[in-house]
Unconditional design. Sequence first.
Length: 361
Amino acid sequence: MVKSAYIHIPFCKSKCHYCSFVSYTCIGSKDAYLDALECEIKHYYDGDILSTLYIGGGTPSILDVFDFQRLINLFNLSDSAEVTSELNPDDVSYDYMRGLYDVGINRVSFGCQTFNDDILKKINRRHNAEQVHEAVDCAMSAGFNNISLDFIYGLPEQTQEMFLEDLKRGAELGVPHISLYGLTLEKGSYFYENGFPDPDEDEMADMYLAAIETLAQHGYEHYEISNFSKPGYYSRHNLNYWNNKEYYGFGIASHGYVNQMRYSNTTDLKEYLKNPIEHYKEKFMTDQERLEEEIFLGFRRMSGINVAQINEKFGVDFEGKYNYILGKYEGLDLLQKTDVGYKLTPKGVLLSNIILAEFID
């Protein structure tokens, strides 16, 4: 039974300079897009009782409260379901937040990126630092206690001291969840297309390790490579991904995983509006591919993987099958044995892509 669903809202009022995601500034297509979304959801959704629903983007806060209600009403949600929406700080007012709370959203994620107004202008964010404070205040006043802030490190002219100051300010706002993303310049982004230099990898590694220490000092648990939480405030929706569970993906550029089939939708808005029920790609996952994903996703959790669970789920001898790789990276202090399995060390997290690639046939 599928217990999670993701909905992609691809519209943005403007494009951030670091962004290579599929997004469009043609806000006038919103209503047609919502019609197409409803068509796709009704075609594929089997009525499963969902424990998480996540609305991401793009910029979901270009939707009004009634748009959110329309989407949420298409699903059967458990009484304790986590319903998240990403929001831009500059789109927020108390009345808007109260409306979202009243229609069933109970977790919000604000794209803060940094509190440095000069850097915010350089990366073409529409909000300023004060608007982040106001957005968090509005959300709390409207009844939200499950609030996340996103930050980026490695931004142009950003020092480690600036980044750590951002995290301290975020913690002082009282939000229970913080996500960190290292800047990557990918094809399609303004920075990439205009020849901006890649951020220094050594400096970014130092920033990341310092962030782990800083957030720990403020009571945040490092529970996934990029995510930090106060007790009881893990992102349940994202844990569904990292636990390699199935989920629906609805909307342009969305990905889903249902009945051992991974699928993706078109990234072309006109194509999606024309035929929202046709998947762009579908791939049935073999047992070996599912095992590899279990390992790859499991190591993203800071608690690591559970060997007994993997052996039972896939009928393998994990330690026998991967004995050489485990021994190699334990010896380099990049993997650590736990009571139930293995996890990455802090140094191993920095080299996780290299390590995990060795588990892929």
